[in-house]
Design a protein around this ligand. Structure first.
Ligand code: HBI
Ligand code: FE
Length: 290
């Protein structure tokens, strides 16, 4: 997703879709759930019903468990109700935002176990693709894993890295870690390839493509390899990284990254879809015998 200007609060974002005219100092707004009408709830149910049929067979069990706990099938969810459930499970709560917000406040929210969720939902003609994250991408894609204690710990730890990255010119490599491991991550579960990233699980096409298509490169997770790999925001990914468990991701964000950024800057960036020395390739899921 496009990196919005970071650091000092910037005026409402021209070109971004949401209403930034009423944001608080931390870039949050009121959800105003009552303003969601029949049209919005119907778009939500259309998206939810399409994805729920897919995620059963393609998503990580931890995602499915979190989604079930949220009970969000009927329409655009009330963020406060979801926060109550999450708070009891992992201490996370949701905050409503008009859309993408600058990196610094975004990281600060994650570091405080607050997940920013966009308040608006896409139009009917955008069911298959939209540029900026909407409430379905943010809530259906990201929120279920906030109920998993290990992933919830990783995401807070990731947020805590934000200020250090801004101070050490590491925004780009840190953003890649988010992109590949929060938006488009794959995980092996009993040898079966499963999707857990929000970007794929909120997209019908990419949920299947990321697990089964022979085209993209699938590489076993290795932190520095991820942080050197560029990404595209306007099409399916050409490289995916595969975890064997979420604890591995949590361990990868322990300790300071201050010394890591100059080391990464001295290495060549790896293009999407490009193989690199030391890659351990993971095969796509082959259609299991019926
Ligand atoms: N803002 N609301 C919102 N949601 C995001 O996922 C988001 C953001 N701002 C910046 C951002 N993501 C990325 O640049 C992260 O890598 C920081
Ligand atoms: Fe996202």
């Amino acid at each position: 997703m496009p990196d919005v200007a970071s650091h000092a609060p910037v005026p409402p974002q021209p070109g971004l879709r949401g209403d930034y005219g009423h944001v608080a100092a931390d870039w949050t707004v009121a959800q105003d759930w009552e303003s969601c009408g029949a049209t919005e709830h119907s778009i939500w149910r259309t998206l939810y019903d399409r994805q729920i049929r897919l995620v059963r067979d393609y998503a990580a069990p931890e995602f499915l468990k979190g989604l079930a706990a949220l009970d969000a099938a009927d329409g655009v969810p009330r963020f406060e109700a979801a926060s109550e459930r999450l708070r009891r499970l992992t201490g996370w709560t949701l905050v409503a935002v008009p859309g993408l917000i600058p990196d610094a406040p975004f990281f600060a929210h994650l570091a405080a176990r607050r997940f920013p969720v966009t308040v608006w939902i896409r139009r009917p003609d955008e069911l298959d693709y939209l540029v900026e994250p909407d409430v379905f991408h943010d809530f259906f894609g990201h929120v279920p894993l906030l109920a998993d204690p290990v992933f919830a710990g990783y995401l807070q730890s990731y947020g805590e890295k934000g200020a250090e990255a801004i101070a050490h010119g590491g925004l780009k490599p840190l953003a890649r870690l988010y992109w590949y491991m929060v938006e488009f991550g794959l995980i092996l579960r009993d040898g079966d390839l499963r999707a857990y990233g929000a970007g794929m699980l909120s997209s019908a096409g990419e949920t299947v493509f990321s697990v089964e298509d022979p085209g993209p490169l699938r590489v076993a997770f290795e932190r520095d390899r991820v942080m050197r790999t560029d990404y595209r925001i306007d099409d399916f990914q050409q490289t995916y990284f595969v975890l064997d468990d979420f604890a591995r991701l949590f361990r990868a964000t322990e300790g300071t990254f201050a010394g890591l950024y100059p080391r990464l800057a001295a290495l060549a960036t790896i293009a999407p879809g490009e193989c690199a020395e030391g890659d351990r390739i993971v095969p796509p899921r082959t259609r299991r015998a019926a």
